[in-house]
Design a protein around this ligand. Structure first.
Ligand code: MG
Length: 250
């Protein structure tokens, strides 16, 4: 399968889808507080999606039971919102969400502290976000895919954090997951050349401890093997002739 190059019309639709998603993330962020059951974030997302006449791309994706993923502390990604799971002071929580607008997918994730969090956890969140911004410096036409992967690894490794290897970024467009896969670890093979019109979800998933992860019995929730906290930061970007455009952040 080859990497799709979006037309100007498709890029416009991707931009609208992603801007709407950015708005939704801003709404959800306002709700985060100690005592909040994570199902409330899902309810708010479902309401936003309904109100805007769009669809969640996570709901029913291979059977996923909620509109968004909410992952707390050692949960890396794909946490299922629940009325039993209550946010507590000091937790970190990541929200991964996406919208389908006129057939075009958006995908973005953010990690937040709940109330007052430890400096160690705040640094993990900040450096995971910074790793994304380092990666997109390499996301330029003429570079290769591995320039993105290696930029994340180069940035993160000196902190001694664990890079999750079992889950990777991806192309995004008329499907949530398109070619290519975009690892956050060092690659020797340069991979495809980046071209204007490619739309990519770049998403460092970084653990305070080791990078190993395991799947819980619900077959969705991915947790760190060593129980350490994990952060996730993701945006959908567009490769252009110059600087990449971050579609899901405006
Ligand atoms: Mg993604």
């Amino acid at each position: 399968m080859s990497i799709s190059i979006k037309s100007p019309r498709e890029i416009d639709l991707m931009r609208i889808s992603n801007h709407m998603l950015c708005d939704m993330h801003r709404e959800l962020e306002k709700l985060i507080r100690p005592g909040l059951p994570t199902i409330e974030l899902d309810r708010a997302a479902a309401a936003f999606i309904k109100e805007h006449g769009v669809a969640s791309n996570f709901l029913n994706y291979e059977g996923f039971p909620a509109s968004i993923c909410v992952s707390v502390n050692d949960e890396v990604v794909h946490g299922i919102p629940s009325k039993e799971k209550i946010l507590r002071e000091g937790d970190i929580v990541s929200i991964d969400a996406g919208i389908i607008y006129k057939g075009y997918h958006s995908d973005a994730a953010r990690t937040y502290g709940v109330g007052k969090i430890s400096p160690e956890r705040q640094k993990l969140i900040d450096e995971t976000r910074n790793a994304f911004f380092e990666a997109i410096k390499a996301a330029r036409a003429g570079n290769h895919l591995f320039d993105i992967s290696n930029a994340v690894a180069d940035y993160i490794e000196p902190f001694g954090y664990g890079i999750v290897r079992d889950l990777v970024g991806h192309g995004v467009g008329t499907e949530l997951h398109e070619e290519p896969q975009i690892p956050n670890y060092r690659m020797s093979k340069r991979g495809p050349r980046l071209q204007p019109g490619m739309t990519l979800a770049i998403e460092p998933m970084i653990n305070l401890g080791r990078g190993d992860v395991v799947w819980e019995e619900d077959e969705w929730t991915v947790v760190t093997d060593d129980g350490s906290p994990s952060a996730h930061y993701e945006n959908t970007i567009l490769i252009t002739d110059g600087d990449p455009e971050i579609l899901s952040l405006y």
